[in-house]
Each structure stands twice: as C-alpha cells, then as structure tokens.
Design a protein around this ligand. Sequence first.
Ligand code: PMP
Length: 425
Amino acid sequence: MGEHTGVLTERLPSLADYYELTDKDLFAKTVPFSKFIAELRQRGEFAYRRTLTCPNQNRVTVQDPLTGTVHELVMMASNNYLGLTNHPKVVEAGLKAMREFGVGAGSVPLLGGTQVIHRRLEERLAQFKDCEDAVVFSSGYGSNIGCLMALLRRGDTAINDRLNHASIIDGCRMSGAQVRAFRHNDMANLAQILVQGDAEPGGKLVIVDGVFSMDGDIAPLPAILELARRYGAKVMIDEAHATGVLGATGRGTPEHFGVEGQIDIVAGTLSKALGAVGGFVASTREVVEYIRFYGRSYMFSTNTAPAVAAALIAALDVIEDEPWLRQALWDNIRYTTATLRGLGFDLGRTETAIIPVLVDDDAKVLRMNKRMHEEGVFLNPVAFPAVPKRKARLRLSLMATHTREDLDRTIEALAKVGREFGVIG
Ligand code: PMP
C-alpha cells in the first residue's frame, strides 16, 4: 500500500474555487466545475450522493454508479442517532396518518394547510423542549433562517460562535442585522463583543449550536446564559445534534446543563435523532406567534406532510419510552472514542456522537475515504472550506443501532487505512 503513504502537499482544488468566477456567460463557471467533479470521479474520490438502496441504518447497501452492483457497508455517516428513521412505531404512525390525512398538507400553514396533526406536533415539541409554544418548519435550514429573519432587524446585532451551522450564518446575513462572531466556545471573546456592543441601541442575540456539527463538542451554555443576561442579550441555541442525544431524558443541551426553561429560543432539526425531516423553533407564546407571521420560510412554504408530523410525534414518544436507545448510543460513543484514541487517532474535542478523525491534509482525506469505502465503511470526508485549512477529517456519526461488530469493523478499517497513510504509527 506504499502508493498511499507520504504527506501530500499539493493544493487540491476545492468547491470554494468555483464560486467567485464571473463571466458574461452566466453558465461559464459550471464548465471548469464539471471538470473538477469528473476528475474526482475518475480518481474514485467522489464521495457525494452515494446512493442507498435501503433505509438509512447501521448497515446499508450502496449502488455502484458505474456498474449498478450493490455493496454492503457499515453506515457511519448518518444523523439517525437513535435509529428512528425506520423504527416500527414511527413508521406505523406515519402510514396511519397518511391514510387519515393524505400525502400533503395542501397549503401554507397560516392559510389552509394546518391539520390537527400539525398542531399536535407543535404542542408535543413545546412540551418536550419545556417552552410555551413551538413552530414547525419543513426543514432545519428553513427554521433557522425563518426565525432569524423574523426577529433580527437592521440595527440589531447577531453574535455567533464562529463554528455555527451555515443556516444560522445565512439567516443572520439575510436579516440585515449586524453580524459579529466570537472564537469557538471562547467566553472571554464573547464577553468582549458584548461589552463593545453594550452602548448600541438595537437588540442583541447570541446564537450557538448546542453540539457543533463538525467537532462534536458542546457549547458552554451556563456561561453563555450568564454573559447574555449581564449584557441584556437574548440566547438562541440550535439543538440539531443534541436533541435525543444529550441530557438524562434526551431533551438536549439545556437538560445536559440543568438550565431547561431558561433559553430564550430553542431551535433544531427534526431530521436527525427524530428520524424524519423538518425543523422547529420553541420559545414563549408571543415569540412563536411573531415568527409564524414574519418567518418567511414558514409563512410562504407549504406545511410539513401530515405523515411526517405523525411520525415525529411517535418519535418523541419513543425517545421518552425507550431510554435504552440513548443508553446504547452513549455506550457506542464511549467505546469508539476510547478505542480510537487508544490507537493514537486525534479526535479533537469531541464529546458526543460526532467523531472527527483529524487528518490535516485535504488530499489525503479524500484518498483515505476512498480506501474506507473499499474496506466497507461509509464515512464523510470533510475538507476546506467546510472546515479550516489543515483541519480535514473523516467524520464518523454514531448510532444507537450500531452493533459492536459494526464498530469493530469500522475501527479495524480505520486502523488499517490510518497506518497506510501515516496518520497513526
Ligand atoms: N443546524 C445544524 C447544526 C445542522 O447540522 C443542520 C443539518 N445539516 C441543520 C441545522 C439543518 O437541518 P436540516 O438538515 O433539517 O435542514
């Protein structure tokens, strides 16, 4: 396997290189981009849109795009943390609702598209998140954008952790508010920004991911709350990767830190541990009502499919009724992180189900991912610009439904490939 070893220093093109290409012909930039993708494909390093012929679960069958043949892989690139995408009770609830309410909601929620199942889901979510009310969007991306555009105005300030998710950054930009960023989880830097903005007349909103999507670490919520209160700022938390995972009963980061009911805005996605699709924002009755009317991605978009709403209610029930799923996930997290660290891998700051295996070299991470696929493991390679330069990584996402055999197969493959590429000794 000598051909794989050695540090590759050449700067590979990345997605960022095909963005700022202006030409009189609007489509001109798509030509070099296509060539870039074709080259990746030719080298067998194209890791996008690999196609599953089964539910997204611990073992998946993946179709080869050239031959059509199907291979079984251990799935380590799914956000289906608790295995609810095809949990029998969740699927059954969806099927029953589809028969009862039809396939689509038929209209936007404020006009003709609210069915009793949508109201039930919002009430259930508000209760689960210990907030007065909740509003459901058709995606998590849409809920962050809708919430931020509804609440922030020119003259207000959005204060982001630098590693916040793209949907938060986009929502802040689209709102027209002033956008500031503090160094990742750096409370002294957050305090500086709050002090600097103290005299400004507009409102301030501090926004963090509860669990960060590339590193798997947790925002220090009590310290953030304390600082925000001191300077009159509100706090919004994105619970995409924390819902169902963190806290004694899976209610997320506020439960993990014992500050439930104290967060001004709790947002999140319904497409990860809850297994379906959609997003939500939970807050006071007044704030939620305001977002319903000024959150454009809610107001102008057809309501969630009723089957999805029903499946989500069932998923919340399963999270409460089957705590062993979360326990199994945490057993898997502890086993995998300890074993990989023992082998000498650098897993950064992870504390949750997202495990980055740091590789430092963008070219290497794509080649390692190709080898991992050959070894029967489906991973996410992440390189610049999604993460900073020299912070490339293979990202593992663990699930409650991974068996010890799945984990061992992944660990053995990583050890083999890690040695081939000199990532571990
Ligand atoms: N926030 C975070 C932190 C995420 O990781 C994601 C998912 N990629 C989203 C929001 C968007 O959620 P969705 O996939 O439901 O649109």
